[in-house]
Write a protein that binds this ligand. Sequence first.
Ligand code: DX5
Ligand code: ZN
Length: 221
Amino acid sequence: MKNKLSPSIMCADFFELKDTLHLFKKAEIEYLHIDIMDGCFVPNYTLGTDFVKFLKGNTDIPLDIHFMIENPENKIGWFDFGENDYVSVHVETTKHLQKLLLQIRERGAKPMVAINPATPICTVENVLENIDAVLVMTVNPGFAGQKLVPSTLKKITDLRNFLDNSGFGNIEIEVDGNVSFENAKIMKEAGANIFVGGTSSIFNKEHSITDNIELLRKMIL
Ligand code: DX5
Ligand code: ZN
């Protein structure tokens, strides 16, 4: 399965955003990770409907929209997304997960289900037909710059084995939260193939974004 990068745009320098998007295009970045928070499911607000509309109008890099919002079935219609975009919703935020995933697929996007560190893998067992990926949160969602929750590493492996043994080897695994250069290597070996790069890798301020992308790609070879 191809390893892909999805930089977390909430970690970007918005003064440099136009140049950063051009640089991502040149570096053949596969997705732009867009965190949407409602201040209820997580104690924070980040990016919103107008920002997603702006991105859709200014880049053709597919989006990887991560909804950290309560009752997403009532709100995802406010957002621009479609073919080639990944759209993830948290299993913890809806009573109607299967219907919600169908809604995303019907709009031409790729459904992804997200699970918090304490949420068991079995919660996705009955929607494998409806998803293209599982997002394993490797931190508790809400903020950038947090430290990895160690138990999530074994969870990645357990999930990879569960998917492969259930006949769903095509379902991808995305990891999100403290995907540092070192952690990315371990996460890849554990079975992840989509890496959300934030403050501890792609937007690490000690080096240029270009150098960070190159190093992160090397670590997940
Ligand atoms: C956290 C977000 C992540 C976060 C990643 O709730 O979902 O995408 O921005 O930032 P780092 O990589 O710094 O943990
Ligand atoms: Zn995220």
